[in-house]
Write a protein that binds this ligand. Structure first.
Ligand SMILES: NC(=O)c1ccc[n+]([C@@H]2O[C@H](COP(=O)([O-])OP(=O)(O)OC[C@H]3O[C@@H](n4cnc5c(N)ncnc54)[C@H](O)[C@@H]3O)[C@@H](O)[C@H]2O)c1
Ligand SMILES: O=C[C@H](O)CS(=O)(=O)O
Length: 488
């Protein structure tokens, strides 16, 4: 590892791929660099579609014994994995900050969040209940069984290199499935380290594979085309989600799609302004604005607009930008140059159409992919930020007059993942929470991420839910058994 850190457990920095229970070096290598410094961290095995096929075959072979394992025994292995992840939280956080760039405090938080899905689904594994239904005819028994869906393929993004993986692997293994994971090429190290600990926890060989690759298209085609794969779980952009949706049609796979967002963040006149500012900072600038549930549009009612903007500007200016490995850093680098260019494009488009920069607005003097936390006012629906997901540290503020108007504006998007609003009038809270067309609504809070709640979007933000007691359903098939008791 070529940056300043050392790991307590050096074996957590794995560069081989984990394929069908074997660590394989592969013929090609994939470079992993630190977005804060540009330094090479490691070169990992660059796997192929053939490796993915091998992993799928291994998962199919390992599944029957795993599905036949008593749920309590499966749960015990998942629990041991949870314990190992938490025992190695610091090393895993350092790896994550090195490859993804988020501040170390956020990485520690993500490791705990990622582990919580393993803990949660270890418990859910023991509660996969069926039904016995009163038969309409005598001499019959009607049963409903729930069985594992089959081999699962997962494709995950770079912005949450651990949590987006355990949010899929947890329920898959709990349900009795095997799973093959293709992490983002930018952040494979966290995924491989999780596999080291899964193996240590006693997960039987073949049930989990991690296939880093520079050939996302080829591996994706294997995952979506291989008939042994019965479910595809994807987290990433809506554009790629639609592509994978189409590719999965020929083998009629179950799909879990966690896609892009365009979250409105609405502040009504009766809001607690200080709390709203705290929520806006938490929602907008977490992971340098690179989360699917980041506030993407801030709507502020006319009566408190100026007071809110002034206090938000003070808070934005106070954010500490730098290498996430350094103490006290709150905003790290963006993942790559293209991400910075998108933020610049959104700012240029907005200011050209009349918006004003209150603070930030340009690349950081730190250079590289660091960008100044930015606040714009005078933003309108005619600007790109109104319809496109910025995925960077840019907060565009729209002024609004009345509730019906702002709900119409907030819902005027093809996305429907997360929305937030601050208000204290109880009738308004109910009206607005029910009127917003989103899978997730935060009321008087900017942070909604937890394993106990169903996470997912509507419209072009996706299909299905992850986490919560609902999250295991998509990894199960329902079988109806009609049992005649009068043998002919
Ligand atoms: N809804 C959610 O829970 C959620 C969570 C995180 C990120 N996201 C979204 O993801 C996007 C940012 O992440 P990203 O840049 O990694 O997204 P992305 O869609 O570019 O990549 C996501 C994953 O898909 C893979 N991929 C890319 N092209 C592929 C192809 N042709 N076939 C198969 N796989 C392919 C990538 O290698 C990566 O592993 C944003 O839109 C964000 O909103 C959504
Ligand atoms: O980027 C999307 C993730 O799902 C964010 S989180 O789960 O809300 O932390």
């Amino acid at each position: 590892m070529s940056n300043a850190w050392t790991l307590t457990r050096g074996d957590l920095l794995r560069t081989e791929a984990f394929v069908g229970g074997r660590w394989v070096a592969g013929e090609r290598r994939l470079a992993v660099t630190n977005p804060a410094t540009g330094a090479l961290i490691a070169e990992v095995a660059d796997t192929t579609a053939a490796d993915t096929r091998t992993a799928i075959d291994a998962a199919a072979a390992a599944m029957p014994a795993w599905a036949a394992t008593p749920a309590k025994a499966r749960a015990a292995i998942l629990r041991r994995w949870f314990d190992l992840i938490m025992a190695n939280q610091e090393d895993l956080a350092r790896l994550m900050t090195a490859e993804q760039g988020k501040p170390l405090a956020e990485s520690r938080g993500e490791i705990a969040y990622a582990a919580s899905f393993i803990e949660w689904f270890a418990e859910e594994a023991k509660r996969v209940y069926g039904d016995v239904i009163p038969a309409p005819h005598g001499g019959q028994r009607i049963l409903v069984l729930k069985q594992p869906v089959g081999v699962v393929a997962a494709i995950t993004p770079w912005n949450f290199p651990a949590a987006m993986i355990t949010r899929k692997v947890g329920p898959a293994l709990a349900a009795g499935c095997g799973i093959v994971v293709k992490p983002a090429a930018q952040t494979p190290l966290s995924a491989l380290a999780l596999a080291v600990l899964a193996e240590e926890a006693g997960l039987p060989a073949g049930l989990l594979s991690i296939v880093p690759t520079s050939d996302a298209r080829g591996v994706g085609e294997e995952m979506t085309g291989n008939p042994l794969v019965r479910k595809l779980s994807f987290t990433g952009s809506t554009e790629i989600g639609k592509l994978l949706y189409r590719q999965s049609a020929d083998t009629v796979k179950k799909l879990g799609l966690e896609l892009g967002g365009n979250a409105p963040f609405i502040v009504f006149d009766d809001a607690d302004v200080d709390e709203a500012v705290k929520g806006a900072i938490a929602s907008k600038y977490r992971n340098a604005g690179q989360t699917c549930v980041c506030a993407n549009r801030l709507y502020v009612q006319a009566g408190i607009h100026d007071a809110f903007v002034a206090r938000l500007a003070d808070a934005v200016r106070a954010l500490k930008v730098g290498d996430g490995a350094a103490p006290g850093i709150e905003v790290g680098p963006l993942i790559e140059e293209a991400a910075v260019e998108k933020v610049e494009r959104h700012i240029a488009d907005a200011t050209a159409k009349g918006a004003r920069v209150v603070c930030g607005g340009a690349r950081s003097a730190l250079g590289g992919t660091f960008f100044e936390p930015t606040l714009l006012v005078g933003v309108t629906a005619a600007m790109a930020v109104a319809q496109e997901e910025t995925f960077g540290p840019l907060a565009p503020v729209f002024r609004f007059e009345d509730e019906a108007d702002v709900i119409a504006q907030a819902n005027d998007t093809r996305f429907g993942l997360a929305a937030y609003f601050y208000a204290r009038d109880l009738a308004r809270v109910w009206r607005v929470a029910e009127a917003l067309e989103y899978g997730i609504v935060g009321v008087n809070t900017g942070l909604i991420s937890t394993e106990v709640a169903p996470f997912g979007g509507i419209k072009e933000s996706g299909v299905g839910r992850e986490g919560s007691r609902y999250g295991i359903d998509d990894y199960l098939e329902i079988k109806y058994v009609c049992m005649g008791l009068n043998p002919v």
